[in-house]
Design a protein around this ligand. Structure first.
Ligand SMILES: Cc1cc2nc3c(=O)[nH]c(=O)nc-3n(C[C@H](O)[C@H](O)[C@H](O)COP(=O)(O)OP(=O)(O)OC[C@H]3O[C@@H](n4cnc5c(N)ncnc54)[C@H](O)[C@@H]3O)c2cc1C
Length: 507
């Protein structure tokens, strides 16, 4: 998705002494001007493209797990054997190269043949309909085709731009450092070539589980063999009277929302962000990059402390303050009118516009009306099956049994939604896929990325390894001596290792 990556390391066609890459080791090099990763795992040699197909992360700085490599930035995972993108957020496959061992040297020869796709004609229902072409819906559709499903496959979404890279909308795109062509997940031809039909500008209004049918907003109905609900979430809104006045009030969920904020920022001097959520703070950072004066108003004593703890929350606050953001904490907006935002303490701010980031609500209405079991989300089993046969749910709406603690949880993470989409697709094909991925999310504030693996709603202790202040740390959230989650700053390998240890129930 970025410009052509630069190459480093040796020319791998010239041969590398075997001793230079120990078992379990990786080496960054190049072949014909392309960055290539040479890896040695399980006594075998592998060579694949060295750059992650998600955000161009440096794979040689990731970790090897068997015959796979995981990206240090956002935990995408690729097969070393085939280059195949195995786990989101990896988007496309890597190139794969032939490796030859001659004497005490190893050489990377020409490109390997592209492996055959999964056996075609995989049995499954006659048709799969997917409601919502976001992270989960898109990933489910791609996976069905990757796994060889040949039946009819349609996604419905009222958003004319879907599917696209939603996390970017508050980060590089909003800051003006990523162009519009970064935002679609794939070009249109990608879907056409795979026989994936995306019906945009069309909302699903009802699901009729007994008739195995959906009803669209133009009154038409469509029957399904299997249905995936992936309707995502909607920003929590302010009371209507606050939205009506001036300055204008904006939200951020869609590509169009992000464009509207950019348009508002074009001739603006000052913005107020309501809510010190991840999205609110990412918007603050992006608007600072556009040189606006930015005020953040939030009821919290420390931003993000509920999720990250007070020390990390304090660090994030300071980071934003160093970058010129003014916080108004333990405050709420009392009124938005007459060109001003008036806080509960009477303070008046006069921004050109307001962005609201006070949380989201999962879009549960379709599932509720269809009579599916709901408990603060659509309840699903470990195969992402809802209470109605043939109906699956994935992404922000799904509450699933987390294997590590047995507690059902619902999260709002991009990678989790994509991985659930994958798992739901495989369940539909009876590939016996349990969803047991460890939750992962990332957030970016200026030049500081924060990676978070696991899930900790409550903890009794926080252990800091390294220094938060020095931006070099792994922060462990523990309960009863057990590590529930790990947040890292510039400790990417440690984040990957924590994810792996949690998968293997080692911590
Ligand atoms: C600005 C922003 C930044 C974010 N940054 C991060 C980040 O850095 N890291 C991270 O982990 N997460 C991030 N997230 C959260 C992440 O994007 C979500 O968790 C993820 O998109 C959820 O995927 P989903 O498929 O469940 O829902 P979505 O991606 O929201 O997709 C749901 C789709 O369903 C459609 N839909 C809804 N109702 C209907 C209907 N009745 N009929 C048909 N279609 C319907 C919607 O139009 C939408 O396109 C961010 C979110 C936002 C908004």
């Amino acid at each position: 998705m970025s410009d052509e990556p630069t190459v480093s390391g040796p020319d791998l066609t010239a041969g590398i002494p075997i001793v230079q890459v120990p078992e379990g080791g990786m080496l960054a090099g190049h072949v014909s001007g392309k960055p290539v990763l040479l890896a040695r795992s399980g006594g075998e040699w592998f060579a694949v493209g060295a750059v992650c197909s998600h955000y161009s992360g440096p794979l040689p700085e990731g970790i090897l797990v068997g015959d796979t490599v995981r990206c240090p930035w956002h935990h995408g995972c690729f097969s070393l054997r085939t280059g195949q993108a195995l786990r989101p957020p990896a988007l496309n496959d890597l190139s794969c190269w032939r490796v030859e061992q001659r004497g005490d040297k190893v050489y990377v020869a020409g490109k390997a043949q592209k492996p055959e796709r999964a056996a075609s004609g995989r049995r499954g229902p006659d048709s799969v309909l997917i409601v919502g072409a976001g992270a989960a819906g898109d990933s489910a559709a791609e996976t069905l085709r990757r796994e060889g499903y040949e039946g009819s496959l349609t996604l419905y979404d009222p958003d004319p731009d879907a599917p696209y890279d939603r996390p970017n909308l508050s980060k590089d795109y909003l800051a003006g450092t990523a162009s519009e062509d970064w935002i679609p997940l794939h070009p249109l031809e990608f879907y056409q070539e795979r026989g994936i039909s995306i019906v945009r500008d069309r909302r699903v209004m009802a699901v009729e589980p007994k008739a195995r049918r959906i009803r669209l907003d133009d009154g038409q109905t469509r029957e399904y063999g299997a249905l995936i609900l992936a309707t995502g979430a909607t920003p929590v809104r302010l009371p209507a009277e606050m939205e009506r006045g001036s300055p204008p009030v904006l939200y951020l969920r869609t590509f169009a929302d992000s464009k509207a904020i950019i348009a508002a920022a074009a001739n603006a001097k000052c913005a107020v962000i309501l809510g010190a959520s991840f999205i609110g703070l990412e918007v603050a950072a992006s608007l600072r990059a556009r040189k606006l004066e930015v005020h953040v108003v939030a009821p919290d004593a420390r931003p993000l402390a509920r999720i990250m703890g007070t020390e990390l929350g304090g660090f994030i606050q300071k980071l934003h303050e160093e970058n010129g953001v003014v916080f108004h904490l333990q405050q709420k907006a009392r009124e938005i009118a007459g060109g001003a935002v008036t806080l509960e303490n009477g303070e008046r701010l006069e921004p050109d516009f307001v962005v609201v980031g006070i949380g989201v609500r999962p879009n549960l209405e379709l599932a509720e009306r269809a009579g599916l079991t709901i408990d603060r989300g659509v309840l699903v089993d470990e195969r992402l099956q809802t209470s109605a046969p043939g109906i699956y749910a994935a992404g922000d709406i799904a509450r699933w049994p987390q294997p590590r603690t047995g507690e059902p949880i619902r999260v709002e993470h991009w990678v989790v939604a994509q991985r659930q989409g994958q798992a739901a697709a495989r369940s539909i094909l009876d590939l016996d896929q349990r969803f047991d991925a460890v939750p992962f999310f990332w957030s970016q504030h200026y030049d500081v990325p924060i990676n978070y693996v696991g899930h900790a709603e409550r903890w009794d202790s926080i252990e800091v390894d390294g220094s938060i202040e020095a931006r070099d740390c792994a922060v462990r959230f523990k309960r009863g001596g057990r590590t529930l989650a790990v947040a890292t700053i510039y400790r990417d390998r440690q984040s990957l290792e924590a994810e792996l240890a949690m998968e293997q129930a080692m911590i």
